[in-house]
Write a protein that binds this ligand. Structure first.
Ligand code: N01
Length: 537
C-alpha cells in the first residue's frame, strides 16, 4: 500500500457511517477541534433508517426516548408525531440533526471504506475507500451499526426468479406497489412482522414463509397529544438523567418481583395490563423473565394464549405459536400482526415442516408444494454484531486482521465493547460486548460517543500517541460478558444474537447483558481511574 502523504488526506479522525452514531461522533470530534472525515456508503444520512424503508418500518422504542438527548435545544425543537413513528419521520429527524449542526459537509457519501490498516511506523490508520481515496487518520472509529449487513440466504435458484425480489434492509427509495400482486415474504422477525400486515392490505395475495414462529405483542401505537409532547420537553433534564441510569436506556427498569412471586391471578392481571399498554411493558414486568425458565414459561404461555385467541383458524394459530423462551429472540411489537392471518388473502407456510428447496422462475418451491409469486420479500435479517466489521479489511498491529484475531467470530474479544487489543487508537461504537442492541440504541450510542470523545480529549491533553486495550483487561471483560450471558436464557435459543441465523457462523453471545446503566458506570469508572486496562505511549 502507498500511504497517504497528501496533507489534504491527513486528518485527526476517520469515522465510518452517518447513522445515529456517526453523526454524533462527528459533532463531538468537531466540537473538540479535530479534523474529521466521515465515510458513508449511502447517498444520505440515516444508517439503518436510510436502508430499512420497507412497508411498516418504524421504531419500537418510544420516540421521545428514541432520539438524541445531548442537545437540549435539539430535544426541544423536534416534536414526534406518535409513540412509534414510521421510518420516513425518523429519517427526517436525522436529516434535521445533520442540517442543524451542519454535519453534511464533512461526510463523504456514496463511498464505502474497504480497508483500514494500522501503520506502526507512523502510528496512523490508513483508510482506503472504494472510490480509490486513501486517508490517513490518527483515530479510526466505526459507527457502522450492529445489524447492517443484510442476510440473503443462499437458496438454490436465487437468481432465477422472474418477478421482483427485495430485502427489507435494502428497500428501494421509490414506492413499491404490490397492488394486484401475489407476494411472498420469507422471515418473521421484526422486519417481517412489521411489513406483513401492511403488504397484506395492498397485495392481491400474500404467502408468509415462516421458519420459526415468534412472540409478538401489540405496539398499541397512538398519536401524541400536543400537551404530552410539551410535558416531555419540560422534563428534558429528568428524562436524560433517567435514560442514562436505567437498564435499557429508557425511562423504566425491570419490575421488582420475580415472575414466580405473584399468584396466577395477579400475574395474569399484570400481563393483561402490559398487553393493553403495549410495547415493552410485558418484557419489563418482572426482574427475572430472561433468567428463570419456569417464570419465562408462564409469561410465554400468556402470549401463546393470546395468539390462539386472535387467530381464527386453529391450524394457522398452532403454526404461529412459538415454543422458545420469550424474549430470547429479539422481542417484537406489532400492529395487527396475528390479526392479519384472519384475512382471506393471506396464507402461512411452515418452512420448518416443509423446507424451501429452491427459488424458481415462477416463485418458491418447498418440499411439498410450489407457490407462484410476482414478488418475493426477503425479511431474512442480518449478519449481526460482527458481520459489518468483518466486511472491512481492518488490520491492526503486525498486519493481523480483526477477523483473524476474533477467529471469524468464534473468539470475539474486546475491552468494554469499545476497543480491542492490537488495534491502537481504534474505537467501535456499539461494538460487540457492549450493551448495544439490548438497549435503546440512541441512548447507548450517546454514551459510547461521549466516552470516546472524552477519551480522545484526554489523550490529546496528555500527549498520548498510542492508546490500546491491554490483553489482560480484554480477557477479563470478554469472560465477564460470557459469564453474564450464560446465566440468562438468551444463549438457549437460536437467534441472530447468537449467530445461529447465518449458516456456518460461530455461535456466541457477544453482547453485554448486565444492563446499560451498570455498563455506563463501569465505563465511567475506567475513565475516572486513569483509563485502567489501557496502555499509553
Ligand atoms: O431479522 P431477524 P429482522 N429460510 O433475524 C428467517 C432490528 N429491527 O430483519 O428465526 C427461511 O430477526 C428467520 O427465521 P429463524 C431488531 O433488533 C428493529 O426481522 O432464523 N427463513 C427469521 O424469522 C431485529 O431483531 C426494528 O428460524 C429464514 C427472519 O428470517 C433485527 O433488526 C425493525 C431463512 C429474520 O428475522 C433483525 O430483524 C426491524 C431461511 N433461509 C428490525 N433465513 C424496529 O422495530 C432467515 N430466515 C426498531
Amino acid at each position: 500500500m502507498v500511504y497517504s502523504q497528501d496533507p489534504q488526506n491527513q486528518v485527526d479522525a476517520v469515522v465510518l457511517g452517518a447513522g445515529f452514531s456517526g453523526l454524533y461522533m462527528l459533532y463531538r470530534l468537531r466540537e473538540a477541534g479535530l479534523s474529521t472525515r466521515v465515510f458513508e456508503a449511502a447517498d444520505g444520512v440515516g444508517g439503518v433508517w436510510y436502508w430499512n424503508r420497507y412497508p411498516g418500518a418504524r421504531c419500537d422504542s418510544e420516540s421521545v426516548y428514541y432520539n438524541y438527548t445531548f442537545s437540549e435545544e435539539l430535544f426541544k425543537e423536534w416534536s414526534w408525531s406518535s409513540r412509534y413513528p414510521e421510518q420516513p419521520e425518523i429519517l427526517r429527524y436525522l436529516n434535521y440533526v445533520a442540517d442543524k449542526f451542519e454535519l453534511k459537509p464533512d461526510i463523504t457519501f456514496n463511498t464505502r471504506v474497504m480497508s483500514a490498516v494500522y501503520d506502526e511506523a507512523s502510528n496512523r490508520w490508513q483508510v482506503e475507500t472504494d472510490t480509490g481515496e486513501t486517508v490517513s487518520a490518527k483515530y479510526f472509529i466505526t459507527g457502522i451499526g450492529c445489524i447492517s449487513s443484510a442476510n440473503v440466504p443462499n437458496i438454490k435458484g436465487l437468481n432465477d426468479f422472474e418477478g421482483q425480489a427485495y430485502h427489507t434492509g435494502h428497500w428501494p427509495h421509490e414506492k413499491v406497489d404490490f397492488t394486484g400482486k401475489r407476494v411472498g415474504v420469507i422471515g418473521t422477525g421484526s422486519s417481517g412482522i412489521q411489513s406483513i400486515p401492511v403488504i397484506a392490505k395492498e397485495a392481491a395475495h400474500l404467502t408468509v414463509f415462516q421458519r420459526t414462529p415468534q412472540y409478538s405483542v401489540p405496539a398499541q401505537n397512538y398519536t401524541y397529544t400536543k400537551e404530552f409532547v410539551e410535558e416531555v420537553k419540560d422534563n428534558y433534564s429528568e428524562i436524560r438523567r433517567q435514560m442514562q441510569e436505567t437498564v435499557a436506556g429508557l425511562r423504566f427498569e425491570f419490575g421488582e418481583q420475580s415472575v414466580l412471586d405473584d399468584s396466577p391471578e395477579v400475574r395474569r392481571q399484570k400481563l393483561q395490563e402490559g398487553w393493553e399498554k403495549g410495547g415493552w411493558e410485558i418484557l419489563f414486568t418482572y426482574n427475572d423473565l430472561l433468567a428463570n425458565e419456569e417464570g419465562n414459561e408462564l409469561v410465554a404461555a400468556f402470549i401463546r394464549e393470546k395468539i390462539q385467541e386472535i387467530v381464527d383458524d386453529p391450524e394457522t394459530a398452532n403454526k404461529l405459536t412459538p415454543d422458545h423462551f420469550y424474549g430470547t429472540k429479539r422481542a417484537i411489537v406489532d400492529t395487527d400482526y396475528f390479526e392479519t392471518y384472519n384475512r382471506d388473502n393471506v396464507r402461512l407456510v411452515d418452512v420448518k415442516a416443509s423446507p424451501i428447496e429452491a427459488i424458481t422462475p415462477k416463485g418458491i418451491r418447498t418440499e411439498d408444494n410450489e407457490y407462484e409469486l410476482d414478488a418475493i420479500v426477503f425479511a431474512t435479517g442480518f449478519d449481526g454484531m460482527t458481520g459489518s466489521l468483518f466486511k472491512i479489511d481492518i488490520r491492526g498491529k503486525n498486519g493481523v486482521t480483526l477477523k483473524e484475531k476474533w477467529e471469524n467470530g468464534a473468539q470475539t474479544r474486546t475491552y468494554l465493547g469499545l476497543t480491542t487489543a492490537g488495534f491502537p487508537n481504534m474505537f467501535m461504537l456499539t461494538g460487540p460486548e457492549s450493551p448495544s442492541v439490548l438497549g435503546n440504541m440512541p441512548a447507548t450510542i450517546e454514551q459510547h460517543v461521549e466516552w470516546v470523545s472524552d477519551c480522545i480529549n484526554h489523550l490529546r491533553e496528555n500527549k498520548v500517541d498510542i492508546f490500546e486495550a491491554e490483553s489482560q483487561a480484554e480477557e477479563e471483560w470478554s469472560a465477564h460478558c460470557k459469564e453474564l450471558a450464560d446465566a440468562t436464557l438468551y444463549t438457549k435459543t437460536d437467534s441472530w444474537y447468537t449467530g445461529a441465523n447465518i449458516a456456518g457462523k460461530a455461535r456466541g453471545f457477544p453482547i453485554y447483558v448486565g444492563g446499560y446503566g451498570a455498563y455506563r458506570e463501569i465505563c465511567d469508572d475506567v475513565a475516572a481511574n486513569g483509563y485502567k486496562g489501557f496502555s499509553f505511549k
